[in-house]
Design a protein around this ligand. Structure first.
Ligand SMILES: [Mn+2]
Length: 325
């Protein structure tokens, strides 16, 4: 942040919302580029996630520290007390004839936000004048994919005056804006920038994007990330392997099969590396084989013992195998 976002190049837009409303929760109730003691050329606006949410008696989080150093503009820190309306006031930016309203809400427990939205306890505060002139963005950090009742936020709970929702938290890269026909807004879900969970949703190539807004039109250009570690995942169903469950050498036979499969996946990664000449990809790939052992519960494979054979070839040797039913 200090290296790339500070500098003498002037910021080319104005902030026209009440900065105290946007940033009053920090010790410095104004945008960092309006601080006479700082030279900011690329201002960063950021909400907190669920691993860095405010906590403790003074409700502090990591972003508070970074904000107080003047490096970021931390917004969307709604301190919610139950049975009270939560106001979400936008940061209003203007450049030429383009007006951008950025609403934000840092991560809160899904069940809680679900309830607040369902009971219409969340209020999006819109600018008083020329409501339709604004391009409205909402930054949210919650479950988007349903994982049980109330455990995610339905897009239909968000107000339909929004133009674009920037959805954080979800790991899968779905950065190309998806149109919600009912709500008439777009949702972009950039996904995690690195692979953090060894599951299918992390297989899609990682991207960041550059969003350009002109009046009420926007364009989001996805940019592929070239430093992401390779990851392949695969599923093996033992009952499909044509092995007799009562075979005395069943452990060894299953292990042989899995070793072969792992080596094949590693070869694929190596081939891909050689074909695409990626310059900055870390050398060792991530490999995950899901082993469905239904009907073969007596087969004993230690994932740790299995992984010892891959110490210098794979980034995650000790959890290549994941047993499932
Ligand atoms: Mn998250």
């Amino acid at each position: 942040l200090r290296k790339y976002c500070f500098g003498t190049k002037p910021v080319e837009f104005d902030i026209v919302s009440d900065e105290k409303t946007n940033f009053g929760h920090t010790g410095f109730p104004f945008a960092n580029f309006n601080d006479p003691n700082l030279n900011v050329s690329i201002p960063v606006f950021i909400i907190h996630g669920n691993h860095d949410d405010p906590t403790g008696a003074s409700n502090l989080c990591a972003l508070d520290i970074i904000a107080s150093a003047g490096l970021i503009n931390y917004f969307g820190k709604s301190i919610t007390i139950s049975e009270q309306i939560v106001d979400i006031s936008p940061i209003l930016l203007e450049k030429g004839c383009t007006k951008l309203a950025i609403y934000g809400l840092g991560s809160v427990k899904d069940e809680r936000l679900y309830d607040l939205l369902f009971r219409e306890y969340v209020q999006f505060v819109r600018p008083d004048e020329n409501k339709d002139d604004w391009f409205n963005i909402f930054c949210i950090h919650q479950n988007r994919t349903a994982r049980g009742k109330k455990n995610s936020i339905p897009e239909e709970f968000l107000p339909n005056f929004l133009d674009l929702v920037l959805w954080g938290h979800e790991h899968e890269c779905r950065i190309r804006p998806e149109f919600n026909v009912q709500q008439k807004f777009y949702v972009t879900q950039p996904g995690s920038s690195v692979i953090t969970a060894l599951c299918d949703s992390e297989v899609a190539p990682k991207h960041v994007g550059i969003l350009k807004v002109y009046k009420n039109n926007f364009n989001l250009e996805p940019i592929p990330l070239r430093t992401v570690r390779q990851f392949v995942t695969n599923k093996v169903v033992i009952s499909d392997l044509n092995i007799n469950p009562n075979d005395l050498h069943i452990d060894a036979k299953v292990e042989q099969f899995l070793l072969k499969r792992a080596k094949k996946l590693i070869q694929e990664c190596n081939k891909e590396r050689n074909d695409t000449f990626p310059d900055q990809i870390p050398e060792l790939p991530l490999i995950r084989i899901k082993v469905d052992y239904t009907g073969f519960e007596h087969v004993s494979q230690s994932p740790i013992r299995f992984g010892r054979k891959f110490f210098d070839i794979v980034a995650n040797p000790l959890d290549i195998l994941l047993y499932t039913k």
